[in-house]
Design a protein around this ligand. Structure first.
Ligand SMILES: N[C@@H](CCC(=O)N[C@@H](CS)C(=O)NCC(=O)O)C(=O)O
Length: 217
């Protein structure tokens, strides 16, 4: 069976697990603390980040996007990548927008301070960092609002990795107590509600919420 080295709450691990669930591929989640740079993690993920995958022959593969590309090729149905080369390029763009743009700016600031630092590692919450993330949020949402327009999905009129990657970042904002402003960004708010209601993502968010409620108890 495939193994995923990862942890609850990570948007990148959630992205891979969501894709596995959409494709109904069984896997074992090996609980892995990304802050413990032990040999076990580094052997599978040389940058010491989660997620990492290990295939049935024990071969490792790191990075959520790399892993998802591998999964798409190995388990092509249902397809989460559009067939059209331009739409496929756009899907990759939104994946990069989420992981390379939204994550460092929003998740690493707002979610990390409010949840990981304040609740998990008990290092307190640096409100100035949170505020700087909150200031950047509207620019990201305004861009997504314009791209979505009246459409149901970000790319190719179909559910793709683009929707998974962007929604996974917004889930972390929700975990940090920040909701998309429905008045200002109605298309993003409606799209996000639709995507998080998919059984694949809903189950993962519920696992996160269970973990978070135990942390606050
Ligand atoms: N580009 C990577 C990013 C993964 C990542 O940054 N994961 C975080 C957890 S959410 C991590 O492992 N952080 C520990 C570190 O960077 O040392 C991917 O998409 O998998």
């Amino acid at each position: 069976m495939l193994k995923i080295y990862g942890a609850l709450l990570s948007p990148f691990v959630r992205k891979v697990r969501c894709v596995l669930s959409e494709k109904q591929v069984p896997y074992e989640l090996v609980a892995t603390n990304p802050f413990d740079k032990s040999g076990d993690l580094l052997k599978r993920s040389p940058l010491g980040r989660i997620p990492a995958l290990e295939d049935e022959q024990g071969r490792p593969l790191a990075d959520s996007t790399v892993i998802v590309e591998y999964l798409e090729e190995r388990f092509p149905t249902p397809a989460l990548f559009p067939r059209d080369p331009y739409e496929r390029g756009r899907m990759r763009w939104f994946d990069e927008y989420a992981d390379g743009g939204m994550a460092p700016s929003l998740t690493a600031k707002i979610f990390f301070q409010r949840v990981i630092s304040a609740k998990l590692i008990k290092g307190g919450c640096d409100e100035a960092v949170v505020q700087s993330g909150l200031k950047e949020l509207p620019t990201f949402l305004a861009y997504l609002e314009g791209e979505l327009g009246g459409r149901h999905y970000l790319v190719a009129e179909a559910f793709t990795l683009a929707d998974v990657s962007v929604a996974c970042q917004l889930v972390n904002l929700r975990h940090a107590g920040v909701e998309v402003d429905r008045e200002k960004f109605p298309a993003v708010a409606a799209w996000f509600e639709r995507i998080v209601e998919r059984p694949s993502l809903k189950a993962l968010v519920e696992q996160d919420q269970g973990f978070l409620s135990r942390l606050s108890a």
